[in-house]
Each structure stands twice: as structure tokens, then as C-alpha cells.
Design a protein around this ligand. Structure first.
Ligand code: HEC
Length: 98
């Protein structure tokens, strides 16, 4: 179980680091490719290792969401600080709409 989770996250990170994104992708597609659902669920699909993200845009401000994705205070979530600025904007807009 743990091994498969690590594998999923590692595969997503390798994909992101080596291939880059072929074009600007919508936030939902980015979230899928980055492997967020290895830990988080939304709309009833995904893992239970982390809080479900439904409604997170109402609970957290955009700067708080960005901090969560870069500062990893608990070290239980990988940092996504390497994303391109335009990917940030797409991902944060997607999270705000959840
Ligand atoms: C390896 C597991 C893991 C992955 C992968 C992961 N997260 Fe998380 N995330 C967590 C955990 C655990 C928390 C709970 C807070 C903490 O421990 O930092 C969290 C918290 C969050 C929060 C705050 C939720 C709240 O209710 O306050 C957001 C937003 C978030 N993650 C977004 C994402 C996004 C977007 C991705 C993909 C780009 C992602 N996470 C990938 C584990 C993960």
C-alpha cells in the first residue's frame, strides 16, 4: 500500500520534472497529472491519506493554498514549488472552484 503510493507520487514527480507540460493545461488536468489524488479525494474520487479537497476554496484563501503547496509544514505533502507560474495560476484557480 505504502509502496504503491510512493510509486504513484514518484512517477508523477518524474513525469513533471522530465517532460514539462506540452502546453498550458487546465488546473484539473494538472491536479490529475501531479498525482494529488494519491492522497486527496475530491468529488468522491481519490485517496484518504489527506483531507478531501471539496470546498477547500471556501476554507482557504488563494495565498494560503499557494503556501500549502510550497511550504509543506507537516512534511506529509510534497512541495510543488517547481511548477511554472502559469501552472500555479491554473492549479490555484481549480482549487478555488472546488
Ligand atoms: C503524499 C500525499 C499528498 C499528495 C501527493 C498531495 N497532498 Fe495535499 N496534503 C497532504 C496532507 C497530509 C495534507 C494535510 C495537511 C498537511 O499535513 O500538510 C494536505 C493538505 C492539502 C491542502 C490543504 C487542505 C485543507 O483542507 O486545508 C491542499 C489545498 C492540498 N493539500 C492540495 C494538494 C494538491 C493540489 C496536490 C497535488 C498538486 C496535493 N495536495 C498533493 C498530502 C498530500
Amino acid at each position: 500500500m505504502r509502496r504503491s503510493l510512493v510509486g504513484t507520487v514518484a512517477a508523477a514527480l518524474v513525469l513533471a520534472a522530465t517532460s514539462g507540460w506540452p502546453q498550458d493545461l487546465p488546473g484539473e488536468e494538472l491536479a490529475a497529472r501531479l498525482g494529488c489524488r494519491a492522497c486527496h479525494a475530491w468529488q468522491g474520487v481519490g485517496g484518504a491519506r489527506a483531507p478531501a479537497l471539496d470546498g477547500v476554496g471556501r476554507r482557504k484563501s488563494r495565498p494560503d493554498l499557494e503556501r500549502q503547496l510550497t511550504s509543506t509544514p507537516s512534511r506529509r505533502m510534497p512541495s510543488f514549488a517547481y511548477l511554472r507560474p502559469q501552472d500555479w495560476q491554473a492549479l490555484l484557480t481549480f482549487l478555488e472552484g472546488l
